[in-house]
Design a protein around this ligand. Structure first.
Ligand SMILES: [Mg+2]
Length: 331
């Protein structure tokens, strides 16, 4: 029987102290009590519901230490949860971080500082307090980060995947395939990306969750259904169709393919964290929301026998079935 490790090695105490000190700067009025007690205490706004999502970021599965800087790992861990909150049209409310670090990393203050830099810069940008969490030494030698993200939305108003209707138009924010293209480039030459900064366009290393767009869709009642593109357009559109019991056709010439990406990456590449949403054909959709372009890419159809769930329509009129081939992260 393995002996349990002593409860708080000194490196871990220093780590907790650093997280606590830096998290204090993110506290806002939604947090009544932050790190330092047995529980955090949160104060949800009246007449709101809480939305909760959890996301693992696991070394070798979601990132590699020789490809991703600690800043990128911290940013991406939070971005995944924030994108789920954006997909529901909600506002981020509080984040919790559970972090297991191998002995060698737990003793490296620079790694942890840079990881928190990445995570907390994105948290600050979206007014998301880091209200608690847990730390441990990782027995596997791998870095494991679990983020729990809470959001809030007016009761009954959060956007869902299950409410698209036949005749609705399909829209997507920004561009698609950029994250897959950047990951492919990163795998060939990680050194080229060593100084990548969240200030520049790095769709894989520093994805930007579309919170302002999601909140505008909800507030202005523009969307009938919404999902974020985390696994790839073909897979996430299939999720939306499954939940709404509908089919879809996509017009291939309208897809906003990222300038560095192929059509295949735009259709099947994952981790773009754009929003994929539907709206009534009668809705006048703005060309951009919060500075992010909005592109109509297809139409929702009723389910019919023999109709593929997703059909691609070429400019020539050729129709082909598009099957989900979403991204499997690092496989
Ligand atoms: Mg999602």
């Amino acid at each position: 029987v393995p002996r349990p490790t002593p409860s708080r090695p000194s490196g871990e105490l220093a780590l907790i102290a650093q997280i606590r000190q830096r998290a204090a700067a993110t506290k806002n009025k939604s947090v009544s009590l932050s790190i330092g007690d047995d529980c955090a205490i949160l104060a949800p706004p009246p007449r709101h519901e809480l939305l909760i999502t959890t996301d693992f970021s696991l070394e070798t599965r979601h990132f590699r230490r020789d490809w991703h800087s600690p800043e990128s790992i911290g940013h991406r861990a939070l971005a995944r949860g924030l994108s789920d909150i954006a997909a529901m049209g909600a506002k981020p409310f509080a984040a919790f971080l559970s972090l297991a670090l191998p002995h060698s990393i737990a003793r490296k203050p620079a790694w942890i500082t840079n990881f928190l830099d990445g995570l907390l810069a994105l948290a600050a940008e979206h007014q998301t307090p880091l209200a608690g969490g847990d730390t441990s030494e990782s027995p596997s030698g791998h870095i494991l980060a679990d983020i729990i993200l809470l959001g809030s939305a007016h009761s009954g108003r959060a956007l869902r995947r299950s409410t698209a209707l036949p005749g609705d138009r399909i829209y997507v924010t920004g561009s698609l395939g950029g994250a897959a293209a950047e990951l492919a480039a990163l795998s060939k030459n990680p050194r080229k990306f060593r100084n990548a900064s969240p200030k520049d366009d790095h769709p894989h290393l520093f994805p930007q969750p579309r919170l302002a767009v999601g909140q505008t869709l909800l507030r202005r009642k523009l969307a009938t259904a919404c999902i974020d593109v985390s696994d790839g357009l073909s897979t996430d559109l299939a999720h939306l169709c499954d939940e709404s019991h509908v089919s879809a056709e996509l017009f291939s010439n309208t897809l906003p393919v990222h300038p560095s990406a192929t059509l295949h990456e735009a259709l099947h590449g994952g981790e773009d964290y754009e929003l994929l949403f539907t709206a009534s054909a009668a809705t006048r959709m703005p060309k951009s929301i919060a500075g992010i372009s909005i592109t109509a890419i297809g139409t929702i159809l009723a389910n019919r026998n023999n109709r593929p769930q997703i059909t691609m329509v070429e400019t020539s009129g050729t129709r082909t079935e598009l099957s989900p081939q979403g991204w499997q992260h690092l496989k």
